[in-house]
Design a protein around this ligand. Sequence first.
Ligand code: GLA
Length: 379
Amino acid sequence: MKRDFWICLLFLAAFPGAAAAQSLAATPPMGWNSWNHFHCKVTADDVRAAADAIASNGMKDAGYVYVNIDDCWQSARDETGMIHANDRFGDMKALADYVHSKGLKIGLYSSPGPKTCAGYEGSYGHEQQDARQYAAWGFDYLKYDWCSAAKVYTPEQMPEVYKKMHDALARAGRPIVFSLCQYGMGRVWTWGASVGGNLWRTTNDIADRYERMSLIGFEQNGLENFAGSGHWNDPDMLEIGNGGMSHDEYVTHMTLWCILAAPLLAGNDLSKMTPDALEILTNKEAIAIDQDPKGVQGRRIAEEGPLEVWAKPLADGGMAVALFNRGQSANPVTVHFKDLRIKRAVQVRDLWAHKDLGKFKGSFTADVPIHGALLLKVK
Ligand code: GLA
């Protein structure tokens, strides 16, 4: 016992990042990412504007923390191999300091291959050097995207390639959330946590269309046993506010991601947001389901054609229940409490209307609009 204590103390002294790393992503990471809206046009000013918005529009208060730069910030390496940002970004340390001054954290993006997906400089052969650089600049989150790694590694090498960067980050001595992005290849959910991933993409890219969002969201069913505190399935970033879906479709998007305990990374231009998008993104009752400390990913418990019922057990003994209508006409959807193993009468609360609906026994039915969703708390 005593010996274990000293070994543990020695370990923590040798790897100061390790203690903090254990508590990284205890609940699914929340924040913003530049890709879905800005793609390769993103600039440091856009990132500052996103941080300003989060700090002042209620998002920070609702739990959004990470301000993440995706692809396209890099220029070239210098003669020492050090990576530099391009002219759209300039001083990365100053940018990190700015985001930190708002009480937020900052993330960036690279690839284990020679080039990123957009053709910018990757980390191949410079993993340790890059990890130290990110830590020196003050970064808190790395999305590591397979892309051109396919040209230099075999698929079997994928776990060791990701572990290499995880170990490099750990040695750099700063707690950095490690986000694996390889689109779900090789059933990443079965090994992502063992190579130090705090989250891993389970699918190809999302798009701002109901068909694409719902396809990847609903196909997460069955992956729930692989998620938990510190290591999450990631069905990709949010599209809420980007304009390609209706209000009800964005409500489905948020409801599904919360039931899935998915990372909540807004992907819109936060400096020009409609009140409707902001309201969907900052629904604290929905976010509480996503961030519930029990850390269980929800699953489908019933389906009838396009009508689906999903449930997620919560730390306080209650259940989050989502009623989805994937069909082409409004329809009533019923949750049968026997499917939740509940026999007694329960209180039902509507987390979008912010209203207690009363006590129900046996079942609860509500009308759900086309492509819409209800999010309930049952207790
Ligand atoms: C891939 C990823 C996206 C985004 C782009 C950037 O497509 O899946 O999320 O990071 O690369 O080039």
